[in-house]
Design a protein around this ligand. Structure first.
Ligand SMILES: [Zn+2]
Ligand SMILES: [Zn+2]
Length: 279
């Protein structure tokens, strides 16, 4: 069985409204694309910052600008008008763990995708609020990113750790630290091992400056040694990207001996063989 759990029903701009995109007709376009690619298990994980309730957790100016929609309307739509698994992509906000837990526990999600998009108030992957413009060296940004990623795993708030080495998103535009990067990956490993969180293999990095899968093979190898199961996703923001580049992801998984993927239901996890659905 193939999964795509980290998908968005709309692009990230504010013009893509809930009224227009949270519709059965739009979901049907995603379903059709998934069927064509042999993906049976499809779940949606909209960004938490698109919902008003996110401001109960964090008051970042970026979130204030984007928190337009009602989270419970979204949950109701997915449950009642679609056959998609109900997920959400939630940020790790250090110091706001209790508030985030309250928001997440009050809804019947099938799974929660946990992301590190920010280091304190600075963004890892957006030009606005970017962490890269200040006096921070790549070494400093990478160290803080992977420490925070480990804390996100350890928080217990999330079922899946999203795009685990997102810090490389810009590719050659923002230089990486020199040498063997495992010294950075290591900073997240205790949190990943102790939490038992699933690690996402995401093809989105291939569509960004990074031009690579998330995570790098060496990172994934360390996660597997730490006992982490794998969740497979495209992070599609449009139907065309559902299951994009899955052949590359499946090749990596096969090379590392991964034969099973995580499937989630009401925040319970089981493993299913990748099996004959591969194409
Ligand atoms: Zn993300
Ligand atoms: Zn996403």
């Amino acid at each position: 069985m193939l999964t795509d759990y980290h998908i968005h029903l709309r692009p990230d701009d504010l013009d893509a409204t809930a009224a227009e995109r949270f519709t059965s007709a739009n979901v049907e376009r995603y379903r059709e694309a998934a069927e064509e690619r042999g993906i049976a298990e499809l779940g949606v994980s909209e960004h938490i910052h698109r919902f008003q309730q996110a401001l109960e957790v964090w008051q970042h100016p970026f979130w204030r600008a984007y928190a337009v929609d009602d989270l419970d309307d979204y949950c109701r739509f997915v449950r009642e008008e679609t056959d998609l698994r109900l997920g959400i992509e939630a940020d790790f906000v250090p110091g706001a763990e209790d508030r985030m837990a309250n928001l997440l526990d009050a809804r019947d999600f099938d799974y929660v995708v946990g992301s590190v998009h920010f280091l304190r108030d600075a963004s890892v992957d957006m030009e606005d609020y970017t962490v890269w413009s200040g006096a921070h060296s790549p070494e400093d940004v990478w160290q803080r990113y992977f420490q925070t990623l480990g804390e996100a795993a350890r928080s217990g708030l999330f079922d899946i750790l999203a795009h685990p080495d997102l810090v490389k998103v810009w590719g050659i535009e923002r230089p990486r630290p020199e040498g063997d990067l495992r010294r950075y990956y290591e900073l997240a490993m205790d949190g990943i091992a102790e939490s038992g969180i699933a690690v996402e293999v995401s093809t989105a990095g291939l569509r960004k400056g990074a031009q690579e899968l998330y995570p790098a093979p060496a990172f994934l190898e360390m996660c597997l040694e730490a006992g982490a199961p794998v969740a497979l996703s495209s992070d599609a923001h449009r139907p065309e990207d559902i299951g994009a580049d899955y052949d590359a992801a499946l090749e990596l998984l096969q090379s590392l001996g991964v034969g099973e993927l995580c499937v989630f239901e009401r925040r319970a996890r089981r493993l299913e063989p990748i099996g004959a659905g591969v194409r």
